[in-house]
Design a protein around this ligand. Structure first.
Ligand code: COA
Length: 334
């Protein structure tokens, strides 16, 4: 079986820092409430003139440089997002334009907070099947344009931030290089789709996919059953992590670094505690960036590599849970 590897990573977050205190000026919330429930202290919001593709571009350029590659050496672009640049075409096409890519295929993948791992699995399979040699995988979100920055939307609004992360994934034909994406497991449970979603605009809606009433009623903003999501996240993440390790014939102790989706620090602390994973084997950055959905894991991975926390040869387990519901885990030898 052809092996694959993560050859380079990069991330970008906008410069504008928005603290919990800043949000408290816009809605009835407090720094104490947000920190206590989620661990978040601040997040980044895109500037007035920054598009999702702008963020994706910065992350992609950094990942390409880290891999020592040019865009001309990429065979396909996969972009995961839930906050697209436009209804269609996908954000990947605007990234394609910005990168001045040759006529290679690109596509968007919609699997919310598990989106990067779903895209990584797709890239991995494309490469193993021999269809492509090298794929650029990007997770990118501009949540600040989609959340309701008012008391009505506070339960969701305080949790999310903007950012992008990217990875260059390629075939590893060097027998002396142990780097490999060992296993990726993906799951979904569509019956809980409405537990965390944005309803409108939507082509199932009548008489129009968007109306003034829908806007006034806030149906264009994310709605979440927070406790329900929490319960499922702390169950599904350990489940899929153990499933993935077992499929790769690895044990928890073999893993050098655990990267969990950054939705809520309390979720990650709970999961690590239940599984007996030492805190020093986990990396979190939610206190600085909030939940950046599809961008969270690639940002974390890029930061881990840049900080020397995930060097060549180390075994990294990336685990996510999100809207859909979706959950996934990837085990990679760097
Ligand atoms: N500031 C202040 N108060 C807020 C608030 C905010 N930003 N958001 C909600 N509240 C209020 C609610 O109105 C409610 O008030 P009430 O009890 O008077 O009705 C109360 O706080 C709810 O508090 P609590 O029950 O303690 O909330 P919680 O423990 O369920 O925590 C979350 C809320 C959202 C932090 C938590 O449910 C969570 O993290 N869920 C998972 C979210 C997630 O992971 N989402 C993304 C998945 S990818």
């Amino acid at each position: 079986m052809r092996r694959t590897k993560i050859a380079g990573t990069g991330f970008y977050v906008p410069e504008r820092v928005v603290t919990n205190h800043d949000l408290a000026k816009l809605m009835d919330t407090s720094d104490e409430w947000i920190r206590q429930r989620s661990g978040i202290v601040e997040r980044r919001f895109a500037s007035e003139d920054q598009t999702p593709a702008d963020l994706a571009y910065e992350a992609a350029v950094r990942a390409l440089a880290d891999a020592g590659r040019e865009i001309g050496e990429i065979d396909c672009i996969l972009l995961a997002t839930l906050s697209p640049q436009h209804e269609f075409p996908g954000t990947s096409f605007f990234l394609h334009e910005k990168l001045d890519a040759p006529e290679i295929p690109c596509m968007d993948l919609r699997a919310q907070c598990s989106g990067f791992l779903y895209a990584l699995a797709t890239a991995n399979s494309f490469i193993r099947a021999g269809q492509f040699g090298r794929v650029l995988v990007v997770g990118c979100e501009v949540h600040s344009m989609g959340i309701e920055l008012a008391t009505r939307g506070r339960d969701v609004a305080v949790l999310f931030g903007d950012g992008a992360g990217a990875a260059v994934v390629e075939a590893n034909d060097d027998a002396n290089d142990p780097a490999d994406i060992l296993e990726i497991r993906l799951h979904a449970e569509g019956r809980h789709a409405r537990k965390l979603w944005i309803e409108a605009p939507g082509c199932s809606l009548r008489p129009y996919r968007i109306t003034h009433e829908m806007i006034d009623d806030g149906r264009i903003y994310p709605k979440m059953d927070g406790k329900f999501v929490f319960k499922h996240a702390v169950t599904r993440m350990p489940e899929v992590l153990l499933e993935t390790l077992s499929a790769a014939s690895k044990k928890l102790e073999d893993v050098d670094l655990f990267l969990f989706h950054q939705a809520n620090l309390r979720i990650n602390e709970y999961v690590a505690g239940q599984m007996g994973i030492a805190p020093e084997k986990c990396l979190n950055n939610i206190e600085r960036y909030g939940n950046t959905s599809a961008a969270a894991i690639p940002i974390l991975l890029a930061e881990a590599r840049a900080a020397g926390r995930a060097g060549p040869g180390s075994l990294v387990a990336m685990t996510a849970f999100g809207s859909g519901f979706t959950w996934a885990c990837a085990l990679a030898r760097l």
